[in-house]
Design a protein around this ligand. Structure first.
Ligand code: PEP
Ligand code: MG
Length: 855
């Protein structure tokens, strides 16, 4: 007998996916018509979920049944109680007997007319005739994109047994997840790593879906795709000689919370707000000339140009197998090997860059055991290599996209990208080169990382996507290439015709479509001005930071990793005013030891070649958890155990770091390496750090290093004189200082629009800090976001700051600005802004000054 091949149903709408249980109609919720899922649509056109024929379209045009391969029939019922509208607001594009292909339009619905008049738009998609199939895989609830795999139908188990019955576990444990942020990438990787060290095969099954195929623990992508959240139940199953031991070890590790422990009786944090608007508010109206659309900034900058579509050429896919599973497996293996080699080569070519890290991560995904097995199984069942790979990767992408955590959801693009790239290898062809017009502002529904990686800033002025998110790899690559980019601009951008003049302002997160002549002329002048200023600043980047009247201002860069040190120097950075060491500690299973830290700090100091390097002690806790540092959940983490409080409470973290700093200092130019403590609120904390630093220096037999205080709390700012008496320098972390001064959480979107470091309250604290430091002859720097804000620079200099540590890319511009300013004028501005009553007023005063400065 021929093995039954699986049938994949794609999502017929963009929308929010839920289980049938959530449909407020017992006929669907109790599955009286059959199994399936439901989508609350975000667009108004229902598409075919697979190839088939139309069995019937209801007279009220709100429901349609299709017959698909293998005798499967699917009913799609748009909205609830929509039959009452008797077809008003619905247009059917097909009729009974028509043949349809997957993705064909079936019915359009005017959501604006229909939605307000019915009980809901939730649309059940139900398998009414199974043809001997059962649902063997389903996308996870949440946001789903049209065309993404929704349901996979496969052979029903003869005895009705769940597929996981095939896994003969000899040990198992059922537990609930105490991880505050659920089972996301890092804990999944940690569990996989632990599982690999035992001679056992371990699987995981979510309690909510006990009949799901047990997911292999050695496949972090699959584990992550389960979307397990805090408090969810799960069963670990193991077979093999070390089954019992591995289950015990895994259960113990999970119980620690892996640094994200939240007691099970505490509520999980609310899911992040969805990136998309709900159905009723989706605007698909045409764009009027001159209209300004809002989006989300993914990469900063300003661009003018013409709209261009970046088509992604479809690789030739082979849907039907040769009939020889062995031949398909051989083709797949060969293509996979070629793809691995290509990714490795590209990573080597880009060594040290963001792109290399992404390429390496992609290369690792190709080793995911679960993905490979799923593709292998599909080929053995009769799918072609091309189809098996497509289904596996699209299903994985759909599941990730539905994840409530936007960071996980945005990784779906990586799977779509890998799917696409391997198809070209399978076809033995190269994707055709993209042709774009001059000054192209690329518009796309969404982009994948390899597409953006292939673009050059010389060819592309900007990018705009209807979907996507600011933390995606697409955003990271665009920023690393200096291409301004907007994401999540909404479906209306898709109606922009190629060639339409566009003005992209990523700073204001706006896209102006077909601006009038006056706006266009102003934008051209602005773009030319920015370009000339940038070029001049870059050309003068090596010059010393000094105001026009001779005050020395050191302009440094903030760094987070080794690979940034050389580009910082090339950009003219006169040192590093803030090394955020927590970035060296994140995304790993264990803290780096003293030797590893010494090597990192020494390498950065060497790359800076004698310039100052200020190493900030680990700033974790609160919103910056580290997976290997178990910390109990806190009611109010921003006011809890974070920054230096963690180090002082857990000396086993602090001491190796102090020793590594001292050792790096001993191997560098005298005084070049300095250390500073984050979140200091009291003099006693500074004394405790000083004592630990001096004690370790004595033990190592090396000279101690200068010790600074980060001024991030209002307490530290007003006590700056007392702190300055005992430290060597102060550096103001304006991001935290602003959040604590204004009592506005820097990570809370509800107050994001109001939190402003140029608030006079913050500026007065900075002024107090400078006065306090000056009374003891100590210098003050700024390493928070204000140091990168051109409007803030003259104010900070006027208040007495003599070191600015800016974002790496901003260093040339900030340096050029410093050289154009006079310290005397800055002091005048500072006294004026200290009398201002609002941030808006401060901005007006600062803008007037900056505009009067010839750069
Ligand atoms: C700050 O708070 O301004 C700062 C520089 O530290 P971080 O942004 O890393 O908290
Ligand atoms: Mg801070």
């Amino acid at each position: 007998m021929q093995p039954m091949s699986s049938l994949i149903l794609a999502a017929p709408f963009d929308g929010w996916l839920s289980p049938l249980d959530d449909v407020p109609d017992p006929v669907f919720a109790q599955r009286l018509l059959g199994d399936g899922m439901a989508i609350d649509p975000l667009d108004g056109t229902l598409h075919a979920p697979a190839d088939g024929t139309v069995v019937s379209v209801h007279a009220a045009r709100h429901a349609i049944t299709l017959r698909l391969a293998g005798g499967v029939e699917v009913l799609m019922h748009i909205g609830l109680e929509t039959v009452r509208l008797d077809g008003e607001g619905f247009v059917a594009h097909v009729a009974a007997g028509d043949t349809v292909a997957a993705g064909d339009r079936l019915i359009s619905v005017d959501l604006g007319t229909v939605a307000p008049r019915v009980k809901g738009m939730i649309t059940p998609i139900v398998v009414t005739e199974t043809g001997g199939h059962a649902v063997i895989e389903r996308a996870a609830p949440g946001r789903i994109t049209r065309g993404a795999p929704l349901l996979v139908l496969g052979e029903a188990a003869a005895d009705g047994a769940a597929p996981n019955a095939a896994f003969a576990a000899t040990a198992q444990a059922t537990l609930r997840l105490p991880l505050a942020h659920g089972l996301h990438a890092r804990p999944a990787a940690r569990l996989a790593e632990l599982a690999k060290s035992y001679d056992a095969d371990v699987r995981i099954v979510p309690a909510a879906n006990p009949h799901a195929t047990p997911c292999r623990l050695r496949s972090p992508s699959a584990v992550m795709a389960l979307g397990l959240r805090h408090g969810d139940g799960l069963t670990l199953l193991a077979s093999g000689p070390a089954a019992a031991a591995v289950i015990e070890a895994l259960a113990d590790l999970i119980a620690t919370g892996m640094g994200e422990l939240r007691p099970l009786d505490q509520q999980a944090a609310p899911a992040p707000a969805p990136a998309q608007k709900p159905a009723e508010s989706v605007d698909t109206s045409p764009i009027a000339p001159g209209e300004r659309l809002m989006a989300v900034t993914a990469a900063a900058g300003y661009a003018i140009g013409q709209a261009a579509w970046l088509e992604r050429p479809e690789p030739p896919r082979t849907a039907h197998a040769s009939g020889d599973a062995g031949a398909e497996i051989a083709r797949f293996t060969q293509a996979l090997a070629a793809f691995r080699t290509a990714l490795e080569q590209r990573a080597q070519e880009q060594a040290g860059s963001e792109q290399a890290a992404i390429l390496t991560a992609h290369r690792q995904l190709l080793d995911d055991e679960d993905i490979l097995e799923s593709v292998g199984d599909a080929m053995t069942r009769g799918d072609s290599a091309s189809l098996a790979w497509q289904r596996t990767m699209q299903a994985r992408a759909a599941t990730l996209r539905a994840a409530p955590d936007p960071h996980i959801a945005q990784r779906a693009d990586d799977f779509i990208d890998l799917e696409w790239q391997l198809q070209w290898h399978l076809a033995g062809q190269e994707p055709p080169a993209v042709a774009l017009p001059e000054a192209a502002i690329v518009i796309a529904r969404d982009l994948v990382p390899s597409q953006v990686a292939a673009l050059s800033p010389a060819q592309v002025a900007g990018l705009v996507t209807a979907q996507g998110g600011p933390t995606s790899h697409v955003a990271i690559i665009a920023a690393s290439k200096g291409i301004p980019a907007l994401v999540a601009a909404g479906p209306r951008v898709l109606s922009i015709a190629p060639g339409t003049p566009l003005l992209l302002d990523a700073t204001g997160a706006t896209l102006t479509v077909d601006p009038d002549d006056a706006t266009w002329a102003t934008a051209q002048a602005e773009a030319a001005r920015r370009q000339a200023r940038k070029a001049a600043a870059q050309a003068a980047a090596a010059l010393e930071g000094r105001t026009s009247d001779g005050l020395r201002i050191e302009v440094c860069a903030n760094l987070g990793k080794r690979s940034e040190a050389a580009p910082a120097v090339a950009n003219g950075a006169e040192g590093c005013g803030l090394l955020r060491t927590e970035f060296l500690f994140l995304d790993r299973a264990n803290a780096p030891d003293e030797d590893e830290q010494t090597a990192d700090y020494t390498a950065i100091a060497q790359a800076l070649d004698g310039r100052p390097l200020i190493i900030r002690l680990l700033d974790i806790g609160g919103d910056k958890p580290a997976p290997y540092l178990p910390m109990a959940a806190e009611e109010n983490p921003a006011l809890g155990l974070r920054g230096i409080r963690v180090g002082l409470a857990q000396r086993e973290m602090l001491v190796p770091q102090l020793r590594a700093v001292l050792r790096a200092g001993a191997g560098s130019a005298a005084g070049a390496v300095k250390v500073m403590a984050p979140m200091i609120a009291r003099v006693e904390e500074l004394r405790a750090v000083r004592a630990a630093l001096d004690a370790e220096a004595a033990k190592l037999g090396v000279a101690t290093v200068p010790l600074g205080v980060m001024v991030e709390t209002p307490a530290a700012a007003v006590m700056a004189d007392a702190l300055a008496a005992e430290c060597d320098f102060l550096s103001i972390g304006t991001n935290d200082l602003t959040q604590y001064a204004l009592a506005m959480d820097r990570g809370n979107p509800a107050v994001a629009g109001s939190i402003d470091g140029l608030d006079p309250a913050v500026l007065r604290l900075i002024g107090l800090c400078c006065e306090g430091a000056q009374s003891h002859g100590k210098w003050v720097g700024v390493c928070g976001g204000l140091a990168s804000d051109p409007l803030a620079v003259p104010i900070l200099i006027g208040l007495g700051v003599t070191e600015l540590s800016a974002a790496l890319a901003m260093v040339p511009e900030i340096k050029a600005l410093v050289r154009a300013l006079s310290a005397q004028d800055c002091r005048g501005l500072a006294s004026a802004v200290l009398q201002a009553s609002s941030a808006a007023q401060v901005r007006v005063l600062a803008t007037q000054m900056i505009e009067g400065v010839a750069q």
